[in-house]
Design a protein around this ligand. Structure first.
Ligand code: SRM
Ligand code: SF4
Length: 563
């Protein structure tokens, strides 16, 4: 007997190509929310309905509905915007959002938090008509924002992969005009629409694509359903290795869910990328599970059907046969904070932004500082998948001025340690409805403590890739960190150890459900051992395996939890 499909499948089918009752909902002034079905549908338009969790209990006590507002996630393949766009992004954040911030995400774009329903249309329209930015398909069961390596040193090759990510992003956009109709007052489409790639039920689940330019794995390929890894010979991209079926989300206590590294299907020439991408997407569309959303990502489709069957299906649909994988090496994945000169003779300044949150903090007016820079900058801004920002393509003549402005607002701060630069947290509380523990608000203090431990053990200049997520969904990719903390309950985390510095190994659970004090005492011991027992150049993750603190996990799958 066939199992009942998840209710989201019904919502998609009944939505008339993602229109639902959104127009009616927008005009309903009696509530700050949409109907439950439309709360699911708005995701396809780049919105998430949220409520401020710090105020939830108090509002309930006062018998008020939760303080509903929306998160908007912009579509920016490759993360690039012009100074003009930056000024508009900044203005809209100040004028139309409650949070007032621009939040760079781990997928190379930005989010606004705290948009009240009454302001939604204005935000969409201002973004589109003043900055030419939309948020179509940045969430929901579709291909999300396509990301690519942002490290600016290889400038010509960067242009090539950036163009590819734009092309991929555009190829998987909807044909439906629902977005323009609802948010931009576009013309009402009367004829029947068609979605040749997605069909009426779209994909079973979210789908993520990354393009990586070795030696940098700054996009963390093992977080994506589909990856194109550039194979470079004589400083030219000859084609791509195609890595499929990675993903990091899991559910506490459910061993049938797990993070998974991707499988390398092999090499294809650059002209075959679109055919392969479409074949992978449609294979996942047709073979992916639609009963349980917890098991619907590509990684589970591959686990269920096997790598060979999935790969053969992709070859059949695309008419392309994979060659043996090309050779490449990832050596790192952090951003090169500071200035680098590209081969185009332009300068690129990567600035570290803690948690990706751009706001005027006391003593660090990042937001107004960036406005000052945008007013004089002639190049572009490039968001990174590590929540940082590249002020890209600065001519020699502007370098001194931009550096002075960046220092004045705290975007350049010589006291920032490598440890801080390599630490990352997801948004979590107060906006994320799925958060179980703090992440963004916990990270700065935690980093202070880890810095103190490094200093105590005489290795103040060293660093450990440290990532915190407020729940096991893994938005800050803790499941690819040397030290990963995964939220379990307020003030409590599971501690994972053993990821490596280039992002190709999953860490393993070392301690479960520990509080913040135990985290520090545990790290004190472990960092102390690393400082005194490590081999020359041995990173913390490698050490934790060699020293037997945890056993190595080669590839994650169901075995991941059977430890
Ligand atoms: Fe994420 C859901 C924030 C990158 C795995 N993620 C959410 C939501 C929308 C919560 C929700 O569903 O209501 C979070 C909104 C919080 C807020 O208030 O902003 C959220 N995810 C984020 C961001 C903003 C984290 C950040 O600190 O930057 C990142 C936005 C990316 C973007 O611009 O598109 C973000 N999310 C990721 C990543 C990392 C990546 O893609 O490189 C992952 C792990 C990789 C993966 O997909 O496997 C990730 N987010 C999830 C999941 C688990 C998916 C799964 O397969 O199990 C959820 C929950 C879900 O989909 O049901 C989720
Ligand atoms: Fe929210 Fe969990 Fe993602 Fe953090 S990891 S942003 S808590 S869904």
């Amino acid at each position: 007997m066939s199992q009942k499909l998840h209710d989201n499948e019904r919502i998609k089918i009944e939505s008339n190509f993602l229109r639902g009752k959104l127009v009616e909902g927008l005009n309903d002034n009696t509530t700050g929310s949409f109907t439950p079905d439309d709360v699911q549908l708005v995701k396809f338009h780049g919105l998430y309905q949220q409520d401020h969790r710090d105020y939830r209990a108090e509002r309930k006590k006062q018998k008020l509905e939760p303080l509903y507002s929306f998160l908007l996630r912009a579509r920016l393949p490759g993360g690039i915007v012009t100074p003009h766009q930056w000024l508009e992004i900044d203005r809209i954040a100040s004028e139309l959002t409650d949070a007032g911030s621009i939040r760079i995400t781990t997928r190379q774009t930005f989010q606004y938090h705290g948009i009240f329903k009454r302001n939604l249309k204005s935000v969409f329209q201002e973004l589109k008509f003043k900055a030419d930015i939309d948020s179509i398909f940045t969430a929901g069961d579709v291909n999300r924002n396509t990301i690519c390596t942002s490290n600016p040193e290889q400038s010509e090759l960067h242009t090539e992969i950036y163009e590819l990510s734009k092309k991929l992003s555009e190829h998987f956009l909807p044909k439906s005009k629902a977005y323009a109709e609802i948010w931009l007052d576009g013309e009402k489409v009367l004829e029947t629409e068609d979605e040749p790639i997605y069909g009426k039920t779209l994909l079973p689940r979210k789908f993520k694509i990354a393009v990586a330019l070795p030696p940098y794995n700054d996009v963390d390929i093992h977080a994506n359903d589909l990856n194109f890894i550039a194979i470079i010979v004589d400083n030219k991209i000859t084609g791509y290795n195609v890595v499929v079926g990675a993903g990091l989300g899991m559910t506490h206590g459910d061993k049938t869910t797990f993070p998974r590294l991707g499988d390398d299907f092999g090499f294809i020439t650059a002209d075959k990328v679109m055919a392969i991408a479409e074949a992978v997407v449609t294979t996942q569309r047709d073979l992916g599970g639609r009963v349980s959303r917890a098991h619907a990502r590509t990684k589970y489709t591959i686990e269920t059907h096997g790598v060979e069957k999935f790969k053969n299906e992709v070859e059949k649909r695309s008419g392309v046969i994979f060659a043996a994988p090309g050779s490449y090496e990832f050596t790192e994945r952090g951003d090169r904070i500071g200035w680098v000169k590209g081969i185009d003779d332009k300068w690129h300044l990567t600035v570290f932004i803690e948690n990706g949150r751009i706001l005027d903090f006391i003593g660090k007016p990042l937001k107004s500082g960036l406005v000052k820079i945008a007013k004089v900058h002639q190049g572009t801004f490039r968001m990174t998948a590590n929540q940082n920002l590249v002020i890209a393509s600065v001519p020699e003549s502007d370098k001194e001025n931009i550096e002075a402005l960046a220092r004045e607002c705290g975007l350049i701060d010589d006291s920032t340690t490598d440890q801080r630069k390599y630490s990352m947290a997801c948004v979590s509380l107060p906006t994320c409805p799925l958060a179980m523990a703090e992440a963004e608000r916990y990270l700065p203090g935690l980093t202070d403590d880890v810095e103190a431990l490094l200093t105590k053990h005489g290795i103040a200049k060293d660093k450990i890739i440290l990532r915190v997520t407020g729940c096991p969904n893994g938005c800050a990719r803790a499941m690819l960190a040397e030290i990963g903390l995964v939220g379990k309950a307020p003030g409590r985390y599971n501690l994972y150890l053993g990821g490596n510095t280039n992002g190709t190994r999953l860490p393993k659970m070392y301690k479960e459900n520990i509080d913040e004090v135990t985290i520090i005492t545990t790290l004190d011991q472990l960092i102390g051992r690393w400082a005194s027992e490590r081999e020359q150049g041995e990173c913390f993750g490698d050490f934790s395996i060699r020293a037997g603190i945890i056993a190595e996990v080669i590839i994650a799958s169901r075995d991941f939890h059977d430890q």
